[in-house]
Design a binder for this molecule. Structure first.
Ligand SMILES: NC(=O)C1=CN([C@@H]2O[C@H](COP(=O)(O)OP(=O)(O)OC[C@H]3O[C@@H](n4cnc5c(N)ncnc54)[C@H](O)[C@@H]3O)[C@@H](O)[C@H]2O)C=CC1
Ligand SMILES: Cc1cc2nc3c(=O)[nH]c(=O)nc-3n(C[C@H](O)[C@H](O)[C@H](O)COP(=O)(O)O)c2cc1C
Length: 173
């Protein structure tokens, strides 16, 4: 068959895509911001390293989320990667719950950017949003990391097959 005779493949339906994406294990993060537009936080698994020069990660945020205008206007955020044991907190920040109730469920502190850092997070990346690109329903926030806090004592948390899984460090196995 020549390249001019490729078969037309059926479109991938949304549910088929989501079922496939549920096979990709991912870290679970609470993304927070606080500034002139207010304080907000949401759970995100769509977080990824982009480049280490300058240190940059990306966060995908649905523009229909209640928190979207607050993130758009503040321009700073913190990516708090959750540790084993943070399952309830993750669910709380996963939608529908009033913002004050979400933040009341944990202890927080701040660094230079003013975004809330979660006490006990596996790692927190304090970031300035450097660029935003819209794709489909989501904004991709490219975030330059300005400060880091690591907690090397805790185990990790993954979202896989629509459920939480603990990720044990090497020396704990
Ligand atoms: N990237 C995103 O916006 C994500 C959103 N969610 C939301 O959290 C809730 C629970 O999700 P699951 O239990 O994992 O079941 P689900 O069937 O809604 O999603 C399965 C997988 O598909 C992907 N996904 C889901 N919604 C998406 C969206 N709107 N855009 C791009 N990718 C998407 C994610 O990788 C997710 O883990 C749902 O409301 C879902 O929309 C979850 C993970 C990622
Ligand atoms: C495990 C998990 C992962 C999620 N990942 C994302 C994500 O990467 N991007 C996103 O926009 N929403 C994601 N969501 C959904 C948001 O957390 C949710 O829409 C957000 O809390 C805003 O909800 P609200 O509009 O009720 O405030 C995720 C939810 C869960 C439970």
């Amino acid at each position: 068959m020549s390249v001019h005779e490729l078969p037309v493949l059926p479109a991938v339906e949304r549910d088929a895509f989501r079922n496939a994406m549920a096979c990709l294990g991912a870290a679970v993060n609470i993304i927070t911001t606080a500034g002139p537009a207010g304080r907000a936080g949401f759970t995100a698994s769509a977080v990824c390293s982009v480049t280490d020069s300058p240190p940059t990660l990306l966060v995908c945020l649905n523009r229909s989320a209640s928190v979207w205008p607050i993130f758009r206007d503040n321009g700073y955020l913190c990516v708090n990667t959750l540790a084993a044991g943070h399952e309830e907190l993750s669910t709380l920040f996963g939608g529908k719950t009033p913002m004050a109730e979400r933040f009341a469920a944990a202890d927080w502190h701040t660094l230079a950017s003013g975004s809330p850092l979660l006490d006990g997070a596996l790692v927190s990346f304090d970031c300035k949003v450097a660029q935003v690109v819209s794709v489909g329903t989501h904004d991709i926030l490219f975030c330059e990391v300005q400060a880091l806090v690591r907690n090397d004592e805790t185990h990790g948390l993954a979202w896989f097959d629509r459920g939480y899984h603990h990720l044990l460090r090497q020396d704990a196995r």
